[in-house]
Structure formats: C-alpha cells, structure tokens
Design a protein around this ligand. Structure first.
Ligand code: MLT
Length: 428
C-alpha cells in the first residue's frame, strides 16, 4: 500500500504520494498538485525541495554522513585516489586495476589543450580572476570539439567529451594561473599522476627543475576527493538545470563554475584567507574578532564556520583538519596567518556561543589553510574546488541525461502590478 500525504485546501483533501529512498529518506511527490488543485508550492532557495532522485551521493546533515555511491568519504579519502573516485562517481563503480589503468591512459592522452587557447588567454587582462578565465576556457572547448555540442551523441562520443574535460581542466586551470601572474604556461608532463602533473604545471619555472613533493601531491589528492561531489548543491543544481535544456556538458560545467565562484559557495575558502589576512593586518587579535562575530551590530562576518547542510559537523572538515595538521608539520610551515586560523579554531571549538550555534570550522576553513601551505595562491582556491568538483558535476549531468529528466522550469508567485492601460508618453 503506497504511503500518501493528505493536503486539505478549503473543503478539498488531496492525496499526494510519498516516495522513499534507499536510505529511508521520504519525500512528498507534488508533481500532480498544480494540475489537481491549481496551487504550486514555494520554497525560496529550494532548501526543502528535492529536484531529483539520484544514486550518486548520500549525505545526512544531522549525522555528518557523506558517501559516494555507498562508500564512506572517510574510507575513500584514506584508501583511494582522486582518479579512482572520479571513476566511481561517473560510472558507478570503483575501477579494478585494469579499468583504472585504462581510465588513467584515456585521461593522460587528452591533457594537452589546443594552442589557440593561448590566444584566448592573451585576450584576458593579467589580473583576471582565474574562475572567470576558466569558465570561458571550458566553454571554448565547444569550439574545439563541436561534436560535444550534441549531448545525444553515442555513449562513446559522450564519454570522450567527459574524458577530455577531466584531462584538460587541470591544464586550463594552471594556464589561467600562469596568465594571471604573467608567466609562461607549462605543458602537461604525462609521466606524472593527476595531482603531480597539475602541481608541476602550476609551479615549474624554466630556470629550474621542479620536483613534486609527495606530501603535497598526496594532500591535494585527498582534498580533491573530499570536494568531488555533494549532492544537489548550488553549482551542481546549476549544471543539472543547464544540462536539462540539452545544452552540452561543457556549457553546463561552464555555468557550474560561475555558480561555484560565489563567496557563499565555492568562493568561501578564498573568503576565509582574506578574513585571516584582514585580522592579521589589524593586529591578529583573535579574541577581539571572535567577540565581533558574536556582536549582532558588528559588520564582521566569520567565514569558514558552520554549514547550511551539516548541523553538527562537516565530515570533510574532520578529515581535512588532520590532513592540514600533517601537511603543516611535514612541511615545517610557520605562517602567522595559519596561527591566527588555529586561534579562531580553538575558540570556536570551545566557546559555548559557537558550539551552541554549530559554528564549527568547516571544509572551506581547512582547505584554504592547506592550499596556502602548499603554495596555491588565494585567487586559485576556488579553482581548486572546481577541479575537485568536476567529476561530481559530470556524474550528475550524466545521470540527469541518462534518466531523460525534463527541462527544469520552476514556477513563481507573481507579486507585481495588476492589469493597467498603456499611457501615452505625453500623458505620463
Ligand atoms: C559543497 O560541497 O558544495 C558545499 O558544502 C555547499 C553545499 O553542499 O551546499
């Protein structure tokens, strides 16, 4: 017997089906409500509204659970690699040794980007924000690979578009950074693994050999795993709704980059470091700033604490905090900004005001600390989030296409003027 919800409107009662997921989550299916009652529901920001059914990522904000295709983020961060997790998210299973080798080879052969992309880069002023450059470069792939424009091509052709994007994004990201600082771009070194290749493209300079520090490459790989997907967040929902119009994968991801850029979303890790730098500039008094955070009349906003989904703790932050401690210790980093961060963390984890409000350090607080410690410039922090989230966006776009989901078209409640006659200019 199907479970239903009853909705009484006036003297009518509407029966609405209740669906249940594999983790016992329940939802009221309102897809027939407007046809039956003439009414819609409204939920600004869709915080209480499911947009889809998905088999990719499960999270429980109350219990601090995050799983990709059923595997816990804790196990994946400890035991797998970003390339394995990308395969898991996109194709639904962890690869075995043979499929991983083949997947790695497919990615490696596409890491180069068209030389004409240098002309596009040269069109950007050197102080351009790398997120704006990256979104444009991803969109430009539709010009270099016009067959990617049609998402209804064969499975093999769509898969080629997917692998090209996974392979080329790190190269485009590194080139956007080199363009920002006016340095010559580095070509990919396909002898290296995914993260090591990116680090070398970012930091190698013509005058010296560049050796990748395995501690840094390992920390980066873990960070990318932790950012790989997060169910229907703002940027993933953007990728899905753009893709729902049968727009290409590259156009959908370019739009997702725009959404992730916002300081309330992927830009939060950049905002954390900027907050720490401002505190340092003002003398570095963490007690003063945590008191300002408590003062409702003070404009100071604490960035990198709490989370809109996780009510008690962000499981990714727990993992990243340990990685941050390990990396700082192993690299012997001694940075006053990071000392300020530890001071804020100490207060937030012990002061009842922050504990009661669940204002614990989140994934963005610690990721910014690691990125800074391994030499990633602040302007590139959200680009790092983009590289991590790419396989999640791809998996969600692919699932939406495979499930033949309809074009996204939310409704509204109109609150404007009622009908009024046009008044000629000389009468206004
Ligand atoms: C994310 O990982 O996308 C962020 O935590 C934001 C979110 O899930 O809403």
């Amino acid at each position: 017997m199907e479970e239903t919800a009853q909705l009484k409107i006036g003297d009518k009662v509407y029966e609405l089906p209740i669906i249940e997921g594999t983790e016992n989550e329940k939802a009221i299916d309102i897809s027939a409500l407007r046809g039956q009652s003439g009414l819609i529901t409204i939920d600004p920001g869709y915080k209480n509204t499911g947009s889809t059914k998905s088999a990719i990522t499960f999270l429980d904000g109350e219990k601090g659970i995050l799983r990709y295709r059923g595997y816990s983020i804790e196990e994946l961060a400890e035991k797998s690699t970003f390339l394995e997790v990308s395969h898991l998210l996109i194709y639904g299973e962890l690869p075995n040794a043979e499929t991983l080798n083949s997947f790695r080879k497919d990615i490696t052969q596409h890491t180069l980007i068209h030389e004409d992309i240098k002309n596009i880069l040269e069109g950007f002023p050197s102080n351009s924000h790398p997120m704006g450059v990256l979104s444009s470069l991803v969109s430009s792939l539709t010009a270099f690979y016009p067959e990617s424009l049609d998402p209804n091509r064969s499975v093999a052709e769509v898969d080629l578009s997917i692998k090209r994007l996974l392979a080329k994004l790190p190269t485009m990201a590194a080139w956007a950074y080199k363009n920002e600082i006016g340095h010559p771009a580095n070509y990919p070194d396909n002898r290296l693994d995914y993260c090591s290749n990116f680090l070398k493209m970012m930091f190698a300079v013509p005058s010296a050999d560049y050796e990748v520090d395995p501690v840094v490459a390992n920390a980066l790989d873990k960070l990318l795993i932790l950012h790989a997907d997060h169910e229907q967040n703002c940027s993933t929902s953007t990728v899905r709704i753009v893709g729902s119009s049968h727009s290409s994968l590259y156009a959908s991801v370019a739009a997702g980059i725009g959404a992730l850029w916002g300081p309330l979303h992927g830009g939060a890790n950049q905002a954390v470091i900027e907050m720490l730098q401002n505190i340092k500039k003002d003398g570095g008094d963490v007690k003063k700033y945590m008191a300002k955070a408590k003062d409702k009349n003070d404009p100071f906003r604490l960035m990198g604490f709490g989370h809109r989904v996780y009510k008690n703790f962000d499981p990714r932050a727990t993992i990243i905090k340990k990685a941050a401690d390990d990396v700082l210790a192993q690299l012997g980093v001694n940075d006053p900004i990071l000392e300020i961060a530890k001071g804020l963390e100490e207060i937030a984890l012990n002061d009842p005001y922050f504990i009661e409000r669940k204002l614990y350090p989140n994934v963005d607080f610690y990721s910014g600390i690691i990125y800074r410690a391994i030499g990633i410039p602040t302007s590139m922090f959200t680009v790092m989030f983009t590289i991590g989230r790419l396989p999640g966006w791809i998996a969600q776009w692919k699932e939406m296409r495979e499930n033949k989901e309809p074009i996204g078209r939310p409704r509204q409640v109109y609150t404007g003027m009622n009908l009024r006659p046009f008044v000629a200019l000389d009468k206004r």
